[in-house]
Design a protein around this ligand. Sequence first.
Ligand code: CTP
Ligand code: MG
Length: 568
Amino acid sequence: MASSYAVCRLHMGGRGSLGKCLQRLDTCLHRSIGTNVVAAQADSTRRDDSDEKDGPKSLYVVQAERQEQAERSVLISCPSKTNEKKFLKHLSTHGDIKKHFFYESYGMYAVVEFSSQESVASLLEGATIPIDSHESLVPFKSRLLSLRNLGSVGSSNQQPEQQRNPQTTPPINELIQRLSREESIDHQITHLTESYQLTEENSRLRFLVCSLLKDITAAYFPECTIKPFGSSVNGFGKLGCDLDMFLDLDGISGRNLPKSGLSLEYQMKRANSERAVTQSILSVIGECVDRFGPGCVGVQKILNARCPLVRFAHQPSGFQCDLTANNRVAMKSTELLYLYGELDPRVRCLVFTIRCWARTHGLTSSIPGAWITNFSLTVMVLFFLQRRSPPIIPTLDQLRELAGPADKSMIEGNDCTFVSDFSKIPLHSNTATLEQLLCEFFDFYATFAFSKMSINIRKGKEQNKPEVTPLHIQNPFETSLNVSKNVNSSQLDRFVALCQESSWILQQSENNTPRRHSGGNTPAPWGLVQLLMPLQVAGVKSRKKKRREAASERIKSLLESLKNKNQQ
Ligand code: CTP
Ligand code: MG
C-alpha cells in the first residue's frame, strides 16, 4: 500500500541558482594503525568497551568510519507527532535502514542511516520540490529534507512519543543533585564526564553536518573532504561544543608526476601565497554556504584572522560551525589530544572536570576575549599529568622517538611527527585516584611559577618563558606560538585564586564525604559539587577572609592585653 508520507527537500528561499552539486563520495583516507592494545602496565585502568577488544582505534580509522556512515545518511525535519513506525516503513521502500534516531533542535529531526548509498540516491530521486507561491527557491538539492504528511495515513496522535536524543548537557542544577547522590568523588567525576561527553548520536550528527557541507564545496572541488577537528573528535568535546571543520583539498594536489613521456597538467590560477589561496577559497565557499546552504544562517567570513575561517550556525543541528581550510597543524594537535585521551581514562575525566569547573566560575567563555580557552586548559591538564611521579602520560618528545617511518610528518616547516601505534607506547603504573589527581591539579597550579615558566607538553617540563605574557603555553607543534597569548594577568590571577580555594575546599574533611541535609534524607552538596557552585567557592574566600580577620583581631587584642600587663 502506498504511504502518504512525502519527503521534500529543504530549500533556501532567495534568487539565483547553483548547478549540479551533488558529487560522489571520494575514497576516505585510511591509515590502519593504532589498533592494538596499549602496553600491559596500564591495562587495569583502560576502557573495557566490548567494541574496543583490539585496543583503541586511531583517529584516522574512527574518522574514516564516521565519514562513510555520514555519506549514507540523511537529515529529515519531522512534524513533532510523527508516527515512527510508518515513517520508517516509508523510508524503507528505498532500502535497508541501518540506524536512525530523533532529536530536538528548533523542531524535531531524524537522522537516518541507510545500508547503502543507492538507497539515499533513490530517496532523493523520489523527493519533491516544495510548492511556495510567495518566495522563490534556490534549487539546490541536498540531503536535508522535510517530512510532509499528506493526510491518508490515519491519525498519528495515538502513537507513543519517539525517544528523542538529548543534544545538550543536563542543566547544572540537575547535575548537582545527581552528583550529590554519588558515594565518592571518583564516581562524581565519572558521572560528570558521562553526562557531558558527546553521545554516539551527537558525534554522528557532527559528521553528517560535515558531509552535507561537503556536498556544497564539492561543486567546485569534487575531490575534497570536510573533516571535523578540535573537540568534536579529540575526545574532549562537551555536548553543545562548536563544530570545527577543515576543508581538506589534499586529494587534489597530491598526485605523482610521471617519470617520462608526455603528460598533461592542469592550468591553474596562481596567487601570491598559500594564505591568499585559502582566503579566496573560503570567501567563495562562505558565499555559497550563505546563499545556497539549507539551514545555514548567520554566515560570517573572518578571512583576516591568523587562521581564516567561515563561521555560521547550522540550524537543523544547532551547531555553531567554524570552517577552515589549510589547517593541517590543528588536525595534528587534534590527533595528539585524541591519543592522550585514549591512553588512560583518567585523562578525559580530569579534562572534563576542569573544563566544567572553569566554565562554572566564568574562567572560560563562549565569547572570545582575555579568558583561558578550553584548548589551553586541556594542555594544562596534560602537562600536569606528565609531571606526576611516575608520569601518567608520556611527553610529546617521547612520542616522537617512538614514531615509525610512516608517522613522519612535516607541516609548513613544523615537525608534527609522533607515534600513532598505541601498542608501542609504554606507560608507567601510576595508581592515583581521580580525587587525588583533582586535588593535586589545584595544588600544582596554585603554586606554579607562571611569572617565569612556560608550560611545555613537548618536553614535559616547565621551560623559561620566551616572552613576557602572563600565561605561556607552548603550542605543541608550532613551537614559536603561545596558545594562551590572549590571557591577561587578571584572568590568570582569578585562575590561580580559584585553584587555591578549590584545593582548600577539597582538603576539608566535611567536604569530601557524602552528606545529607539535616533532618532529611536528601543528599546535600558535597565533594566535586562544592567546587561547581560559584557561591560555595566565593564563600570560602569570604570565610577565609573572615577567619583571617578574626585571627588578626584576636592577636591584636592579645598583644594589647600583654602590653597592658607589662605596663601594670
Ligand atoms: N587550536 C590550536 N591552537 C590554538 C587554538 C586552537 O592549535 N591556539 C586547535 C586545537 O587543535 C583545537 C582546535 O584548534 O582543539 C579547535 O579550537 P577550539 O575550537 O578553540 O578548541 P576546542 O578544542 O575545539 O574546544 P571547544 O570545545 O572549546 O571548542
Ligand atoms: Mg572547538
